[in-house]
Structure formats: C-alpha cells, structure tokens
Design a protein around this ligand. Structure first.
Ligand code: HEC
Ligand code: HEC
Length: 230
C-alpha cells in the first residue's frame, strides 16, 4: 500500500466521530473513577493555581457573574461538571480547555481539584438582581425548584444537585437561558422542560432569589465572627 493512501485511511480513522453511546459510557466511567478516588486536597491546591486565574484564589468567581463561584460547591457536583466539560456534555470553550486531559491528567486529578474547591469557604458576594421580581421569584422557587435544590438552595450531593445559594444572579440567569435554548446538554430533559414553561420574569425572579440566599458556610463565618466579638 502506498504511504499516501495509508495516511488517508489513518485520517479517516482519526476523524471518525465517536458514537454517542460510547461517549456517554466513557463519561460515566470517568465520573465513577473520579468519585471512587481518594482525593488529595493538597495536590488539588496545586492544580487550583490554574483555576484561580478566573475563579479567584478563593474560588468565589466574579461578582459580574461572568465566572461562577465554585468555592464550597459539593464535591460530587464539581466532579460531575468537570467530567461533563471534558466530554462535551457541557459547553464552554474556557472550561473545555482547562478541564481537559492536559490540565487535569486523570480522574484522580479531577477528584483532587474538586476536593480542594469544595473545601474553600463560599462567601456571600452580593452579585444580586434588581429586586423587581424577587417576591415573585421566591414563589416560583418554592413551587417548582425547592423539592430538588432544597429549602435554602443547598442542593443535594447524592443526586448531583448543585448548591445555588449565593451564586451570582447574572450567571444563574445565563445558565437558565442556555438550558432553555439548548446550550446545556448535560441538564436533563425534564429539567429543561420545566424551565421552558417559565416566563422571563420567572427566570429573573428565581435567579434573584437564589443569589440572595446566604450559603451555610458564609452564615457560619458571620456567626463565628459575632461570637468572637462578644
Ligand atoms: C479562563 C477562565 C477559567 C479558568 C482558568 C477556569 N474556569 Fe471554571 N469556569 C469559567 C467560566 C467562565 C465558567 C462558566 C462556564 C459556563 O457557562 O458553562 C466556569 C465554570 C466552572 C464550573 C461549573 C460551575 C457550576 O456552577 O456549574 C466548574 C465546576 C469550574 N468552572 C471549575 C473549574 C476548575 C476546577 C478549574 C481549574 C482546573 C477552572 N474552572 C478553570 C472560567 C474558568
Ligand atoms: C428534579 C430535580 C430538580 C428540579 C425540580 C430543579 N432542578 Fe435545577 N438542577 C437539578 C440538577 C440535578 C442539576 C444539575 C444538572 C447538571 O448535571 O448539569 C440542576 C442544575 C440547575 C442549574 C445550573 C446550576 C449551575 O451551577 O450551573 C440551575 C441554575 C438550576 N438547576 C435552577 C433550577 C430552577 C430555577 C428550578 C425551578 C424552576 C430547578 N432548577 C428545578 C435538579 C433539579
């Protein structure tokens, strides 16, 4: 066989799209491996240097909502989101780059950096909405979202439900729009359908409400500081 046709054949093999089912299976496999690893937070701290460039050394992101807070997010949620970016199940060019196998070389590395970020205290950074639809948003939240995201927006690590308390308004609103417009493939069909039924005022209100919920770690820090003053 001539070398030219061999190269053509090789190129064909390399560019063959991975069947969806196989991609699905390898994401699930990587998720399981990362969750089974024994995470090393001090190794995670080293890896976090890359993340800190955008998420901040404290993991609290940017108040503008351009970069989300990841500090204090559930370990299992962080692992799942990182795996999803790696397997194109969640789209963002920056995250697909920094979560790839050159930056996080193994399921162990995913676990390490997730462990470190989950242990950072989640502040309360007041990146909130305008207040216009706040009362309405609270009603929407308790009617449609609280059953999974929890009474104080604390989420549920067992079910991979993210903690949303204290997340930035602009970020939340963008995720909700992304989901409705089909740009969050990792969000389940039922979740997307639930959001599709909401009006703009519902989405703005519920994002505003969540952005104002004080995360448990920030509340504890405030109480500790108050007790220290006594
Ligand atoms: C170049 C800037 C940048 C760097 C570096 C970066 N991130 Fe991100 N990260 C973002 C942005 C922007 C988003 C929101 C993307 C989106 O809309 O999906 C994000 C989203 C995330 C999310 C999803 C949060 C959620 O609430 O669902 C996680 C988890 C995350 N980043 C972890 C990391 C980790 C861990 C690292 C380091 C290995 C890292 N990021 C490095 C910018 C960055
Ligand atoms: C059946 C349980 C369930 C219900 C009900 C639910 N969610 Fe979720 N939500 C989830 C899960 C699980 C995820 C994580 C999806 C993934 O893996 O990306 C999520 C993710 C999200 C995210 C993305 C967070 C991030 O950091 O990127 C937002 C925002 C959100 N939900 C808002 C809502 C709102 C608003 C409602 C009510 C209108 C709602 N959810 C109702 C389970 C639920």
């Amino acid at each position: 066989m001539r070398i030219g046709s061999l190269l053509v054949m090789l190129a064909a093999v390399v560019t063959l799209p991975v069947p969806a089912a196989a991609a699905e299976a390898s994401a699930a496999q990587e998720l399981r491996a990362a969750l089974r690893a024994t995470p090393d937070a001090s190794r995670g701290a080293q890896l976090f240097a890359n993340c800190a460039v955008c998420h901040g050394a404290d993991g609290n992101g940017a108040r503008s909502g351009a970069v989300p807070v990841i500090a204090g997010q559930h370990f299992r949620v962080l692992v799942k989101q990182l795996v999803d970016y790696r397997h194109k199940r969640r789209w963002d060019v920056r995250m697909e780059h920094f979560a790839d196998e050159h930056h996080l070389t193994s399921p162990q590395a995913i676990a390490d950096v997730a462990k470190y970020a989950s242990g950072l205290p989640r502040g309360w950074q007041v990146g909130i909405g305008t207040g216009e639809y706040l009362a309405h948003g609270a009603k929407v939240y308790f009617r449609l979202c609280e059953s999974c995201h929890g009474p104080v927006g604390e989420g549920d690590p067992q079910q991979f439900v993210p903690q949303l308390a204290g997340q930035y308004y602009e970020y939340l609103l963008r995720q909700l729009h992304d989901a409705v417009e089909g740009r969050r493939p990792n969000m389940g069909r039922r979740h997307v359908r639930l959001l599709e039924d909401l009006e703009l005022a519902d989405l703005a209100g519920v994002s505003d409400y969540l952005s104002r919920l004080v995360p448990a770690t920030a509340r504890d820090a405030t109480i500790a500081a108050a007790e220290g003053r006594r």
